[in-house]
Design a protein around this ligand. Sequence first.
Ligand SMILES: Cc1cc2nc3c(=O)[nH]c(=O)nc-3n(C[C@H](O)[C@H](O)[C@H](O)COP(=O)(O)OP(=O)(O)OC[C@H]3O[C@@H](n4cnc5c(N)ncnc54)[C@H](O)[C@@H]3O)c2cc1C
Length: 361
Amino acid sequence: MKVVVVGGGLLGLLSARALSREGAKVTVVEQGDFGQESSWAGGGILSPLYPWNYSKAVNDLAAWSQRYYPELIEQLILESGVDPEWTPSGMLVLEDDQDQITKATTWANQRDMNYIEWDPQALAEHESEIGGEHRGLLFPEIAQVRNPRLLKSVLESCKRTGVELLANHPVTELIHNEGQISGIRSNQTFYEADVVVVCAGAWTAKIMAMLEQDIQIRPVRGQMIMYRTEVGQIKRITLMDDHYVIPRRDGRVLVGSTMEETEFDKSTTEQARKQLSDFAEGLYPCLQKVEIERHWAGLRPASPDGIPYICSVPQYEGLFLNAGHFRNGVVLAHASVQLLLDLIGKRPLTFDPEPYQLDRS
Ligand SMILES: Cc1cc2nc3c(=O)[nH]c(=O)nc-3n(C[C@H](O)[C@H](O)[C@H](O)COP(=O)(O)OP(=O)(O)OC[C@H]3O[C@@H](n4cnc5c(N)ncnc54)[C@H](O)[C@@H]3O)c2cc1C
């Protein structure tokens, strides 16, 4: 089976790797460089931010991914020699609203998710770098990955499994023969395929418009800043007021993020830099003493309900989508690829596919 994957972000590369391991002849066609868009820009938290506010469809994929990510990471390290730094740093949610705490603990109990509740005194004892008085819920098993390294690792694994990787090839046309997909055309040439998988992130609607298909995926800009601290000074992913801090193994600390409707504009703004640094330096006063090392933005692929489309496209035999993961593309990626493989291989499905279809209710 010949497969063309459109888009070389995390979803495209992981899909390609998995399909190739199952024996398909896979080509990934990417308009720019591999892994430089949303997948590079993201934080790599392996959980939705406040999972109790998300649908079952998102949480089911997240739970499966969380369970099997360590195995995937081990395989990737062996295949590529690059360590994506899967780290179970835990996610600490600072929350003073009792209704939200009840909602969170009820959800965690239903899902058998471990958590520890800290009152302000316990929090101050465990997390002495945090400024102010807060109550907290710690989810100790939640992990993170380092996005650029994960992408490098998957890209290297794709190379070694024989995936053909074509950078600087913007796809300009999806070709079909009376509804049967037969390939794609890029700016350079035509590529024949039995199956085409569109993983074009925030650009997916543009690709599908080539077939006059109206798919609702829009870009939502997210800006992040990064500090460099001493190793271990900040220990946990920390969430407060829909913003977060993510400490990497080498002392770098990411702070995110904004949610902005700016179409395909990926520039950064002074206003966001101030908003993020005010948040971070209030939460962790130790950050007031260090410089901001980097500031960037990425475009999240947002579906209207935040649930990705992982499905076949009914009018076109051989055309599939794995796109629209919005704020959760890294955590959902592993499970999304599993569902995609099940659908393409017409084998028993790991998940109920209905919530991820184009015409879901
Ligand atoms: C600031 C920020 C923080 C985030 N934090 C997290 C987090 O902590 N945890 C989490 O799980 N998720 C997070 N996310 C979300 C996550 O990063 C995305 O959901 C995910 O990366 C989407 O991956 P993708 O492969 O679909 O898209 P992308 O990585 O954007 O890849 C799509 C690719 O398609 C290519 N393409 C587009 N058009 C064409 C064309 N015509 N021809 C060929 N190629 C084309 C693009 O160039 C691009 O490389 C965050 C996102 C942002 C922006």
